[in-house]
Write a protein that binds this ligand. Sequence first.
Ligand code: ADP
Ligand code: ASP
Ligand code: MG
Length: 595
Amino acid sequence: MSLIVQKFGGTSVADTEKIRAAARKAIRAQKAGHRVVMVVSAMGKNTDTLLDLASQISDEPPAREMDMLLSTGEQVSVALVAMAIHSMGSQAVSLTGGQIGLKTDNSFSKARIQSIDTGRIERLLDAGNIVVAAGFQGIDDDLNITTLGRGGSDTTAVALAAVLGADACEINTDVDGVYTTDPRLLAEARRVDVISYDEMLELASLGAGVMHSRSIEFAKKFEVPIHVRSSFSDQDGTMIVAQPESETAPVSGAALTRDEARVTVLGVPDVPGMSQKIFSAIAAQKVAVDMVVQNVGTSGKADVSFTVAGGELKKTLTALEGILDSLGADGVTHDDQVSKVSVVGLGMAHQKAVAASMFRALAEADVNIHMITTSEIKISCLVPRDQANQALRAVHEAFSLDQRPSDAKTWNEIKASNAKEADVADVVARLQNDALEALTLTDISIVPAQARVTLDGVPDQVGVAADMFEQIGEAGIFVDMIVQGYDGEDGSTSVSFTVEQADLDSAEKVAREICGKHSMRDVRGASGITKLSVSGIGLRSHTQVGTVLFEQLANAGINVEMIATSELQVNVVIQSDQAGDAAARLKQAFSEALN
Ligand code: ADP
Ligand code: ASP
Ligand code: MG
């Protein structure tokens, strides 16, 4: 008999009528012959209401009590859902996180799942019940109640689907699937039939709130296909699976993180270990940094820029104040009126000039780009917040995201052509461990024979990035990493990009033309560099990866020249003669997580 996990989000159980509708959906699935496990969120905005209550009592409530409080939201809804099922003549039992044996670590408010005991659920299912499990919550070794972080019910659902070997994991929500961008922001967004784990993972972490990003880490690791669909209809929605919808489209989705802040540490001595000092001070405050850009120093000094969530700016600045003197840096600047617009697509990894198209679209919408970072399947640009929607619309249109790619496939077509089923033995083996959400690294590798070109004094004006990367594209040069950040001297920016060693001469030549045309300060080329990549699942949610990596390189006296991070990879550019040593050290440091 097949087993299906059905998750219902807050809006889908917001009132008693909706609770009845959810109950009916589960009963229909059971009557169709499935064993049914429901995972339910707190009703409507109940979690927000609880947070608000706590804030009226205390500015800094104890984390343990906060989780105790927030977990009540889900306890209310599972009981009501089970009652609704009973009232319709079927059998159901509601269970809290503790009662389903969902063990987590003890990091309150962002606990990670370690193991789930399926015994009780199986017994209840065998007896003909619909099991109604509370999302978002678990229990630690000391039986404290923990929560998984906002939106965490998705992760409960996917984790349960993984350990129960479910045939399907349905995420029932208030949209009828995953869209090319948030349909509330852009009416022309298109619902996709299929999206790959990797794309969804990036989009979720870049602001597409439809799925909790950790749920996608789970799904990818344990090969759980996810079906995102509307709670209010029986229409098919979107399948999140290993394969993309299109093999050729460079971009499959766009996302906006509205509330970002840019921070720049000026005049940091350009010696190994400095980035590590900066980022470990910030990590100690549990603040996640993004869009890290370290400009290649002139006169022995570098500027380090990065973004943090707007709400974490104050904490970040305080952390930096404490270390400025010991760093020997000149100062810190920030901008709290910026947003990040990103595009994501598996297809861009092998296509030229995708970044140039994005920059051109922003230029034509008259949007100035403050910072740029790229990684294998995403490009992010920091833009003024008052132009954020305009920027999102422009890139959505530039990549024709409102139109279905001509080679797009449905899930049924992909399944038919790609008969490979999840390797059950393999999945079960991975489930044997008792750290389901532990960091999983797949590879530490190097790409040698790279070169870097840096342009200094790039005017911070609309259209410059577009012009630069179009010219480079026209010269037939494949650009890998691009970073743009402040160079602090005169409000201008500096742009670095990497190319194959063999392309350095022609890239430098084009760069000189661009430099002349836009009256930039200088062009510098560097050869003999290597890209070192750490690949895995959930590299950004496991924030220690960056800390350990920087620490290892700093201890070995290795200077990090460029950095690019994504959900899938952390990439650093270093001198080639140090690459072997660096890779060996990292393999050693991460040996436990490498599988
Ligand atoms: P639930 O309460 O069911 O968990 P959420 O509010 O967490 O629902 O997620 C659904 C919302 O996610 C949608 O209403 C939509 O506005 C938003 N969203 C953001 N990005 C996307 C996207 N790319 N596709 C679909 N929905 C998105
Ligand atoms: N109720 C929790 C929240 O609002 C968890 C969830 O809904 O996924 O964040
Ligand atoms: Mg949600």
